[in-house]
Design a protein around this ligand. Structure first.
Ligand SMILES: [Zn+2]
Length: 441
């Protein structure tokens, strides 16, 4: 058998998906619509409905009350490109990424917009992250794909583009993706959101916080607790500001679309660090402050006010949304549908494979997270960590080596080590499915 080139394989996977839609799951009614909202860098424990004492997020809280809140939602990674690749592909970063010259989503991996486009959906996106630009592969499947720089002067323009995109939807089913970057550094919310700011005099300068946080991240500047608290205040205000932007977007949706036919999910690509483990921002560690994200869902078949405590993750987004839209999942996904999680048949999911590779720092970590433990291997230094998340939720005591770490490492090593420059291996199972359909010999 000749190996398939990337574009060939991508076409085959999409054809396979379209065929399964046509043969098995055709609906008489028009399919439901979908809206996915990503709030970059939003850690769950700074969202009020996730237990934060500050009221940072009135609009998110209200949204959650009208649907399902996944209390234990995780990113499998630590930064924007990999987090969104997992969110939009249903695969872990090891599987869906490549880093030849530029980090890109692997071409063979179908993205949610492509899958929905194949089913006749109209697709549109408005985003604000450099690493979500078309050059990284994220525009695939979108009829329109607009980028706005994350700058104070551009926020109104982006919000206006959001409104126009909503106003443009017609009779056909639609998938809209909205991404907000205004929680990310520089923390620069308008002054009217300065409601959490404690008096501060120290080395940090509000106007230069983006640059300064970069220096702290690089180890060129050190801060004390007082400085850190100031950054947390700014971060919380950025959340409050972004929550208002998201609230305006939700209102626009509520006013203009048929909610009885539309699913809306809100989540984030990763969290943020504030020196809990001597690091700031995100990208190079896999601690809970980086992994734990909000995830909320509402729609016609989603219960109101449900709080799900079984583990969820970004790799579950695609299978969940496809199930809600009565569409089959393509082969090879690493996640599973969360629909059973709010019903009587909720079960604990399999361990989540973690990986972060940040080229600028050459940081590379690989791990596994169960509901109670986390194994992390530092692929550069060879250091290994095991944390008991129940006994030690702050991840301060390294239990490696131990019987648990041996077991988890054996499980992790059933996968090949992440090699970001190599081609994706198509699993034997996927190949068999393609073979049975006559796509490969
Ligand atoms: Zn991000």
């Amino acid at each position: 058998m000749k190996p398939l080139s990337n574009p060939q394989l991508s076409k085959l996977l999409l054809a396979l998906f379209a065929l399964s839609v046509a043969s098995g799951c055709a609906e008489e009614d028009q399919p439901a619509n979908l809206v996915l909202i990503s709030i970059d860098s939003l850690r769950a424990d700074h969202v009020h409905t996730y237990g934060y004492d500050r009221e940072t997020s009135p609009n998110l809280d209200a949204f959650g009350e009208g649907g399902v809140v996944f209390e234990e939602a995780l990113s499998p990674t630590a930064w924007t490109l990999q987090g969104h690749a997992s969110m939009l592909s249903g695969r872990t970063p090891r599987v869906c990424m490549t880093s030849e010259e530029n980090l890109r989503v692997r071409e063979q991996v179908p993205l949610l917009a492509e899958l929905l486009k194949a089913k006749g959906y109209r697709t549109g996106a408005v985003h604000s992250a450099h690493f979500l630009k078309a050059e990284f592969g994220f525009d695939r499947g979108f009829d329109s794909y607009q980028f706005f720089k994350n700058k104070k002067s551009k926020w109104d323009l982006q919000d206006e583009a959001n409104r126009k995109l909503i106003a443009s939807v017609g009779q056909e089913p639609f998938f809209l993706f909205f991404h907000f970057m205004s929680v990310h550094t520089p923390y620069d919310p308008p002054k009217e959101h300065s409601i959490f700011e404690r008096p501060y005099s120290g080395v940090l300068n509000r106007e230069k916080n983006g640059e300064q946080v970069g220096s702290i991240f690089e180890g060129e500047m050190s801060i004390d607790e007082h400085d850190r608290d100031y950054l947390i205040d700014l971060y919380d205000q950025a959340i409050h500001h972004t929550d208002r932007r998201v609230g305006a977007l939700l209102q626009e949706l509520y006013d203009h679309i048929d909610l009885s036919r539309t699913y809306i999910m809100i989540t984030s690509d990763h969290g943020e660090e504030f020196m809990e483990h001597s690091s700031i921002l995100h990208t190079r560690t896999l601690y809970e402050e980086v992994l734990r994200i909000p995830m909320m869902l509402r729609g016609p078949t989603v219960p109101n006010g449900a709080r799900v405590t079984t583990r969820a993750s970004l790799v579950d987004v695609v299978p969940t949304l496809l199930e809600l839209l009565s569409l089959p999942a393509p082969p090879g996904l690493n996640g599973q549908s969360l629909v059973p999680s709010w019903g009587p048949d909720a079960t604990d999911p399999p361990p989540l494979e973690l990986a972060t590779y940040y080229p600028k720092m050459r940081a590379s970590k690989w791990g596994l997270r169960t509901s109670t433990h986390k194994l992390v291997l530092d692929m550069n230094t060879g250091e290994k960590f095991l944390f008991d998340l129940e006994a030690d939720p702050e991840e301060l005591i390294n239990l490696y080596p131990s019987p648990e770490s041996e077991e988890l490492e054996a499980l992790l090593r059933q996968h090949s080590e992440p090699k970001y420059g190599t081609e994706m291996n198509v699993s034997a199972e996927d190949l068999e499915e393609l073979r049975q359909l006559g796509y490969v010999e």
